[in-house]
Design a protein around this ligand. Structure first.
Ligand SMILES: Cc1cc2nc3c(=O)[nH]c(=O)nc-3n(C[C@H](O)[C@H](O)[C@H](O)COP(=O)(O)OP(=O)(O)OC[C@H]3O[C@@H](n4cnc5c(N)ncnc54)[C@H](O)[C@@H]3O)c2cc1C
Length: 421
């Protein structure tokens, strides 16, 4: 089995070899007019930072990072902030370390991609590229739940960086006032499947400590907690640790929400609430669809993460539509892999294809914290052979435990350091 990041043993899928050779030739003619190949990375989250760090270490390309936020905030582990156990600053980093690498920062949002002209556009400028890496994360499909979009201020989701503060305020109000707090869970694919249950558990722990009168109602569109390999330990933790705080309703599909009456209508009937954390279905941002790169998610080739529509465009992280889980660990690893592929292409090594191999894909590690001292770990390893769907293997803790809880914090500190020092 080959590991794609080992570029001495590079990789190309059969179906893409010819197209890539053409694109490399195409790039070479552009490269001749430019001192160094230009790589534009859109999105300074987990995937984008993996790409930028690897590209910068290669020292052979000009890198532009386009990101509207002033800094980085981690979603992983930020439940500790949301539930009141840690300050937000524990999960935030500045982009200083990336700026120091000589990356050109553009604090803006890409609004359009001109693939024919190899240019991305913000509201104020056009930026040319030879290679484009899209790591734009997700947007919420608010239209899936009538009533949600009109009241979005009232229902912060908190599944994207910096949205956590609004959810933290909502949780703090619930912990003081009590009542019903709904957390709704969509059907997959959505970002970090264990995250809604983790959120419920940590808020429930806080309820116990503060003697909050009320309950958290987890309204799950699924039959069991997601992802399926984690269902048993997660359901056990919710039941055994928080039986008096969490009511778990399964196979309840949200149909509409009435923000005024504070009622969520579901396939299992109406549920009244005082506070609600509605987690809607998710998709890649509209930019991906507008550029013809996919529908709900971007359509890519594995193992290269190249767009099926355009070999000079790589789509990584949660925007891409492979069956890999939507995980920061995978996003970062994929960014590193794609960065290495681009450097190998620039070096002319990318066409040393070794077709037919089974290739190891970037791995995932996700944590379902169920209290400040216990967590359930899930490892996801995947490989892909030419033309086949990826083979995905899971290893899961059978019970929540203290080792994984410590492992989660150590993992966070080490991966944030790898991203931003
Ligand atoms: C509560 C929670 C817990 C989680 N726990 C774990 C965990 O334990 N382990 C794990 O591996 N993963 C976990 N995840 C998942 C992880 O956060 C995501 O998988 C990861 O953030 C995906 O990385 P990304 O680069 O695709 O997107 P993001 O990290 O969201 O980055 C996307 C970036 O693109 C920028 N952007 C978007 N559109 C544009 C545009 N048009 N122009 C310019 N910039 C743009 C955004 O501002 C953002 O900075 C968790 C997620 C949540 C919500």
């Amino acid at each position: 089995m080959k590991v794609i990041s080992s570029l001495k043993r590079r990789t190309l899928l059969k179906g893409t070899a010819a197209a890539t050779a053409v694109s490399v030739v195409g790039c070479a003619s552009q490269v001749a007019t430019s001192p160094r190949p230009r790589v534009v990375v859109v999105g300074g989250g987990w995937g984008g930072l993996g790409a930028v760090r690897t590209l910068a270490a290669g020292g052979k390309v000009d890198i532009t990072l386009i990101e509207p936020n002033d800094g980085f905030m981690s979603c992983p582990l930020s439940v500790l902030y949301i539930a009141g156990y840690a300050p937000a600053s524990n999960f935030q980093r500045s982009y200083g370390a990336v700026d120091a690498l000589g990356v050109r920062p553009v604090k803006d949002r890409v609004v359009d991609i001109d693939r024919a002209g190899r240019t991305v556009k913000t509201a104020t400028q056009s930026i040319p590229y030879d290679f484009l890496v899209l790591a734009t994360g997700l947007e919420y499909m608010e239209e899936a739940l009538p009533g949600l979009a009109a009241a979005r201020e009232q229902f912060p989701v908190g599944f994207r960086a910096f949205e956590q503060s609004a959810v933290q305020r909502q949780v703090a109000a619930f912990l003081e006032q009590g009542g019903n707090f709904i957390i709704s869970v969509p059907k997959p694919p959505y970002r970090c499947p264990p995250a809604p249950y983790e959120r419920a558990c940590l808020i429930a722990q806080r309820m116990k400590e503060k003697a909050t009168k009320g309950k958290i109602i987890v309204v799950d569109a699924n039959k069991h907690p997601m992802p399926p390999p984690m269902a048993r330990p997660m359901e056990t933790a919710m039941r055994e640790m928080y039986g008096s705080q969490i009511e778990y309703i399964t196979e309840a599909d949200p149909k509409s929400i009435d923000a005024g009456r504070k009622v969520l209508s579901t396939s299992k009937g109406d549920i009244a609430f005082n506070h609600a954390n509605i987690i809607p279905p998710m998709r890649a941002p509209g930019l991906i669809r507008k550029a013809g790169l996919g529908e709900r998610f971007a359509t890519i080739e594995l193992p290269t993460f190249q767009s099926k529509a355009d070999k000079n465009v790589f789509i990584i992280g949660d925007s891409q539509g492979s069956p890999l889980p939507k995980s920061g660990h995978i996003a970062f690893g994929t960014g590193q892999q794609v960065g290495a592929q681009i450097l190998a292409t620039v070096d002319g090594k990318y066409r040393e294809a070794d077709l037919g191999d089974e290739v190891t894909l970037p791995a995932a590690i996700c944590w379902g914290k169920v209290s400040t001292s216990l967590a359930i770990m899930i490892n996801v390893n995947a490989s892909v052979a030419v033309g086949d769907p990826p083979k995905i293997r899971y290893e899961v803790d059978q019970t929540a435990n203290a080792t994984s809880s410590k492992g989660a914090i150590d993992w966070g500190n080490s991966i944030w350091h790898a991203m931003l020092g």
